[in-house]
Design a protein around this ligand. Structure first.
Ligand SMILES: Nc1ncnc2c1ncn2[C@@H]1O[C@H](COP(=O)(O)OP(=O)(O)OP(=O)(O)O)[C@@H](O)[C@H]1O
Ligand SMILES: [Mg+2]
Length: 208
């Protein structure tokens, strides 16, 4: 059965994820792939509505976790799984690693509860490749300053983002083969080279 590739973009706010997702989609389409670009929380009407609530309203960490996994369930069912089944490449701006990093690392929410929700909602589905944009919180904050109005999570302090980064590192240690670390502190062109190397070298090495 043909099966598409599921590639996720992860890293703290301002690390450079969104800047590289459309160029990567264009490069994959130039090779003839069908590409679906999407994001979390979001991607479907229900999940985008949940995203708006999630980003605007104050809530506790369990409610955050339940909302993002509810959105993820809808997103997987209606968009991601059908796309992978028809052989498309799915590029997703954040996925479950972000839940572990933000709710688990940032908020200090119970890691094992998140793992249970993950199993329940994803039924074993995991990204084939995760591009982890690694950037110090100070550098990310400098990039974002003035770029656009901050949402509820982006207004958190530096210590919060340091805990988020530690949450990402813990997730990576649990699934090292899935992650490619992108040195996101480098100039844009150098970051783009790393993104292409991660995505295309994996494709090539899989071919018979
Ligand atoms: N390699 C780079 N060097 C310098 N600036 C960069 C680089 N990559 C992206 N930027 C700039 O940094 C800012 C944040 O980038 P981007 O929006 O891609 O980050 P993000 O990871 O998607 O952030 P968020 O999680 O908040 O959506 C943007 O203003 C972007 O133009
Ligand atoms: Mg972004």
């Amino acid at each position: 059965m043909t099966h598409g590739r599921f590639i996720t973009f992860e890293g703290i706010d301002g690390a450079g994820k969104s800047s590289h997702i459309e160029p990567l989609a264009a490069a994959l389409r130039a090779r003839g792939d069908e590409v679906v670009v999407t994001r979390e929380p979001g991607g479907t009407a229900l999940a985008e509505a949940l995203r708006a609530l999630f980003l605007e309203l104050e809530m506790d960490a369990l409610t955050e976790a339940l909302l993002v996994f509810a959105a993820r369930r809808d997103h997987l069912r209606l968009m991601i799984e059908p796309a992978l089944m028809r052989g498309a490449t799915v590029l997703c701006d954040r996925f479950t690693d972000a839940t572990f990093a933000y709710q688990g690392g940032g908020r200090g929410f119970d890691w094992t509860v998140l793992e249970r929700l993950e199993q329940w909602v994803q039924q074993g589905r995991q990204p084939d490749l995760t591009l982890w944009f690694d950037l110090a919180p100070e550098a990310a904050a400098a990039r974002l300053a003035g770029a656009r109005a901050a949402d509820r999570l982006e207004r958190e302090d530096r210590e919060f983002f340091a805990r988020v980064a530690a949450g990402y590192a813990r997730r990576r240690a649990q699934a090292p083969r899935r992650f490619v670390c992108i040195a996101a502190d480098r100039p844009r062109e150098a970051v783009w080279e790393q993104v292409q190397a991660a995505v295309f070298s994996a494709t090539e090495s899989r071919s018979p």
